[in-house]
Every structure is written in structure tokens, then in C-alpha cells.
Design a protein around this ligand. Structure first.
Ligand code: S3P
Length: 436
């Protein structure tokens, strides 16, 4: 059996031949959070289909419920029923965001516009992640903040001024938090971002009648517009599909189809990076779903070559770097990943954890402050740890599949981390390996 379930939280992955088949990747995580939050801010009802069913999304739903928003769940369709942000009620309980940086940062922006105290917390990983980047600007706008560095923290909404400035990091979570606060401010906001971070919040709010405009790197928000609820069809998540895209791209003879994939240009850095490395990727039947570009994507395997991945490409592929590093490890030549220091403050320090995983599997890697230098070659089976990081666990699985068969299976510890964003990952892997 290719993916063996071992003791409680370990799996063993055996190398396999080229993958062929179709994968219906789960709903986009970023769009799922926003479909819930934006509709919660509006008064009325909206239906969301294709919503991601995962731990992070459950964290956002639980927090919104504590403020009084109602959800009705029916298979992968969710009805959001809200009386609007003005009707939110104070929660006696802590808002527990679990492992989810998107939940805590976006909801902090919402809390800045609520006239009561909100207490936020999360798991051990979330408690280490930087919160100043979002709490400082919210405080400048007028919110009362108890403690700025890390969770747990408390926030109380006061009268807010608009935000006018440039963000220190290209982060959609920070930008979105400020946008949510800006909707409730007394004066307009102008937010300039240093790189092209994902724009799902701006797209969704514009479609819900918010007065929001994007001009290049500047987002302007005029407060006061009443939001109208909006049904959302959530496309498949390119960040989840990236594991299969990379697995196919690096194995001659492989071919994987990924239907209904979100291909927002601020998320397609992984496609550009794999193409730069020589992969053959087709986008078919390009269309729009709820204001987001969508396509059916087909990836065919070949021999990859090393490349330099840096600048805006990294912002547009920020969650895909661990699996791109795996692809680089099988490529011909050297890959330089630069400008990726944000990876140090993700669910794990992804520069350190990715480098350690590849090193354990026999790859020549050099860790840099802002990236990794990878010498392509042959991966070897090894024992590796997810460090509780979902994307690390999945990147390790893709590495394990292409390892030298003589070197034996790879043991992945902390395999259940995938539940954060892709609970069906091990099942999909099993099926693809059996079908291969
Ligand atoms: C996300 C933004 C990114 C990304 C995260 C999801 C979002 O984080 O890494 O997985 O949904 O806004 P940053 O905004 O911190 O770059």
C-alpha cells in the first residue's frame, strides 16, 4: 500500500510511478474565510457552495457564531444568516482561532469596528506568530489594543479614523484586516501595499456593494456603504492543487487534471514558477466564478531545470514555496529561492523546516536569511517531521513519492496536520498512487 497509516499520527509513503488522473482539490481556503466573514458583515442570507471543510475554516465559523452569526450546513453548501455587523454581540468566551492566521488577523480587523471587547487566542503555533503588523495599524486607526506582539490579545472598537499609509509587508491578511476596519471608520482609507498580495477581500467586498477601489498597489475604501449579501461559488484551491501540480510536473509520463481551479493572477505564482522550470501547464475553459478567475488546469510531467524564484513571484506563490522547493530538488541544476523571509513566520519557519526536510532526504541545500539554495538531484527516503505544519506534511509526501525506490519509504510524523487545509489529502494521494 503506497500510503500506510502507522501509529496515531505517522504515515509511510512509498515511492511511486508517474501520477495520472483527475483531482478535485478542496475549496479555496482564502476565499472560504472571506465568503463567511464578508457575508457575516452584511444583513441577510447568502449561500456558499464549495466551501472548504477544514479546521481553519471551522475556526472562522466558530468565532463568527460567538458574535451571533448563524450558519446552516448541508453537505458542502453553507447558508450564512446575519443581521449585519452592527448587530454583532460581545462574546463572553475567548475567540479561539486555532492554527489559523487568516482567522485571527481578518477577525481582528472586524473587531476593531465593534463597540465591545473581543479576546483572541490560538494554538501554540499561532501564539508565536507576529500580530503587531495588524494590531499597530488598527491601533493607529483608533482601536484599543491590549497587547501587540502575539496572541492572546484583546481589542475594543472605538471611533475609527481611516488608514492612510503603506504596509510594511505584502500581506493579504494585514491588508484585509485594515479594509474591514476601514469599512467602519469615520473617514476614507488609502492602503498601499509593497507587493501584489491576494485580492480576494477587495473583489468580494466590491461585489457586495462596498465602496472599494483598487488602482495598482493602492486600495481605497469609502466607509458607510451598506453591504449586500452575496452567494459565492468557491473554486478549488490552487495552494492545495500545487502539491499535485508539482508532483506531475517533476515526473516524466505524469499527467494530472485539476478542474475548476482558482487562477486569480495574484495566486498563480506556482504556475509561473513551474513553467520557468520547464513544466507544461495548460489552462483550459477560463471563466469567472463569483468574481474570481477559474480554469481547468492540466499539468504534464517532464524534466525540470533549476531557476531563480524571487520578487513578486514569491508573493504570488507564498504558500507554495515548500513544494516548489521539492520540485527544485528533483530538477537539473541549482534553484535559488529569494525574497521569501515571510516564510519564517508562517505555521512553521518554512525556510528552516523545508531545508531540514530536504537535507534529511539527501538534498544539497543552503539555508539563507530570505530563502534557500537547492542543488537538484535524487531524493532519498527518510524520516521527516511536519512540525505541525500542514504544507510541510504535504510537501514531504510529494518528495517521498519521487524518492529513489531503493532507499525505501519515507516516514512522515505529524501527518494529521493536513486537516488544517486539506483533510482528504492522504485519501487523494492513495487513490492517485493506486491509479498510476
Ligand atoms: C492568506 C494570506 C497569506 C497566506 C495565508 C493565507 C489569506 O498570508 O500565506 O496562507 O488568506 O489572506 P499573509 O497575508 O501573511 O502573507
Amino acid at each position: 500500500m503506497p500510503a500506510e497509516r502507522l501509529a496515531a499520527d505517522h504515515v509511510a509513503i512509498h515511492p511511486s510511478g508517474p501520477l495520472r488522473g483527475t483531482v478535485q482539490a478542496p475549496g479555496d481556503k482564502s476565499i472560504s474565510h472571506r465568503a463567511l466573514i464578508c457575508n457575516a458583515l452584511a444583513e441577510g442570507e447568502a449561500q456558499i457552495d464549495g466551501l472548504l471543510d477544514s479546521d481553519d475554516i471551522r475556526s472562522t465559523m466558530a468565532c463568527l457564531r460567538q458574535w451571533g452569526v448563524e450558519f446552516e450546513l448541508d453537505a458542502d453548501r453553507v447558508l450564512v444568516r446575519s443581521q449585519g455587523q452592527a448587530a454583532f454581540q460581545e462574546s463572553e468566551q475567548v475567540l479561539d482561532c486555532g492554527n489559523s492566521g487568516t482567522s485571527i488577523r481578518l477577525l481582528a480587523g472586524v473587531a476593531a469596528g465593534l463597540p465591545f471587547r473581543s479576546c483572541f487566542d490560538g494554538d501554540d503555533s499561532l501564539r508565536t506568530r507576529p500580530m503587531r503588523r495588524v494590531l499597530d495599524p488598527l491601533q493607529t486607526m483608533g482601536a484599543e489594543v491590549s497587547h501587540q506582539r502575539t496572541a492572546p490579545f484583546q481589542l475594543r472598537g472605538r471611533r475609527l479614523n481611516g488608514f492612510d499609509g503603506t504596509l510594511a509587508v505584502a500581506s493579504a491578511q494585514v491588508k484585509s484586516a485594515i479594509v474591514f476596519a476601514a469599512l467602519r471608520a469615520d473617514t476614507p482609507s488609502s492602503i498601499v501595499e509593497p507587493g501584489p498580495s491576494r485580492d480576494h477581500t477587495e473583489r468580494m467586498l466590491a461585489a457586495m456593494s462596498a465602496d472599494i477601489e483598487v488602482d495598482g498597489a493602492t486600495v481605497t475604501v469609502e466607509p458607510g456603504a451598506a453591504l449586500t449579501p452575496r452567494d459565492v461559488h468557491v473554486p478549488a484551491d490552487i495552494s492545495a492543487a500545487a502539491f499535485w501540480m508539482s508532483a506531475a510536473a517533476m515526473t516524466p509520463g505524469a499527467e494530472i487534471a485539476l478542474p475548476n481551479l482558482g487562477v486569480n493572477p495574484r495566486r498563480t505564482g506556482v504556475i509561473d514558477a513551474l513553467r520557468l522550470m520547464g513544466a507544461e501547464i495548460d489552462l483550459r475553459n477560463q471563466r469567472d466564478a463569483s468574481g474570481e478567475p477559474v480554469a481547468d488546469v492540466v499539468v504534464r510531467g517532464g524534466a525540470l531545470r533549476g531557476a531563480t524564484l524571487d520578487g513578486d513571484l514569491i508573493v504570488r506563490a507564498i504558500d507554495e514555496v515548500p513544494v516548489l522547493a521539492v520540485a527544485a530538488a528533483t530538477a537539473d541544476g541549482v534553484t535559488e529561492i529569494r525574497d521569501a523571509e515571510e516564510l519564517r513566520v508562517k505555521e512553521s519557519d518554512r525556510i528552516a523546516t523545508t531545508a531540514a526536510m530536504l537535507r534529511a532526504m539527501g538534498v544539497g541545500v543552503e539555508e539563507r536569511r530570505d530563502g534557500i539554495r537547492i542543488v537538484g538531484g535524487q531524493l532519498r527516503g527518510a524520516t521527516v517531521d511536519s512540525h505541525g505544519d500542514h504544507r510541510l506534511a504535504m510537501a514531504a509526501a510529494i518528495a517521498a513519492m519521487t524518492a529513489d525506490p531503493e532507499s525505501g519509504p519515507t516516514q512522515i510524523r505529524g501527518a494529521s496536520a493536513v486537516d488544517i487545509s486539506y483533510p482528504a489529502f492522504w485519501r487523494d494521494l492513495d487513490r492517485l498512487q493506486h491509479d498510476a
